[in-house]
Design a protein around this ligand. Structure first.
Ligand code: ATP
Length: 137
């Protein structure tokens, strides 16, 4: 098995979707390795999305991601990174497949309910940023 890292973003937390999203994740066969409600500082969000620093939406993305509480989690499953990205659906909810988390809960391209790591390497970096070894079960 391998691991991915997810955040339930501030929009989905504020809209009351934590429970439904976690249910979809566990029903899809992911084991919860780590889980917490937390909030990104502006500096955290800038660092997390540094790869997008030159994009026009970067400022908006940093403001949004630091605007309120998120749920951070490490998840485990065979083929975790790819299967999780399938479960969440396309970045733009208008293009997300039926039954995906973003189709159900995202409101826009920017406020799109969830994050999923794009590689095993990034999953480990992102998970270790939020959780100590003792918090990874
Ligand atoms: P994530 O990294 O959150 O799982 P992703 O891999 O589907 O998302 P990326 O292209 O890496 O998408 O973009 C990261 C995040 O930046 C998106 O999830 C979205 O919140 C935001 N974003 C991407 N493109 C736009 C855009 N054109 N306008 C506004 N926000 C955007």
């Amino acid at each position: 098995t391998n691991r991915t890292f997810t955040m339930i973003k501030p929009d989905a937390v504020a809209n009351g979707h934590i429970g439904n999203i976690l249910a979809m994740i566990t029903n899809a066969g992911f084991r919860i390795v780590s889980l917490k409600l937390t909030q990104l500082t502006v500096a955290d969000a800038q660092a997390f999305y540094a790869v997008h620093a030159q994009r026009p939406f970067y400022g908006e993305l940093v403001d949004f991601m630091s605007s309120g509480p998120i749920v951070a989690a490490i998840l485990e499953k065979e083929n975790a990174v790819a299967d999780f990205r399938t479960l969440i659906g396309a970045t733009n909810p208008a293009e997300a497949a039926e039954g995906t988390i973003r189709k159900l809960y995202a409101t826009s391209m920017g406020e799109n309910a969830v994050h999923g790591s794009d590689s095993d390497e990034n999953a480990a970096i992102e998970g270790n940023f939020h959780f100590s070894g003792r918090e990874q079960f």
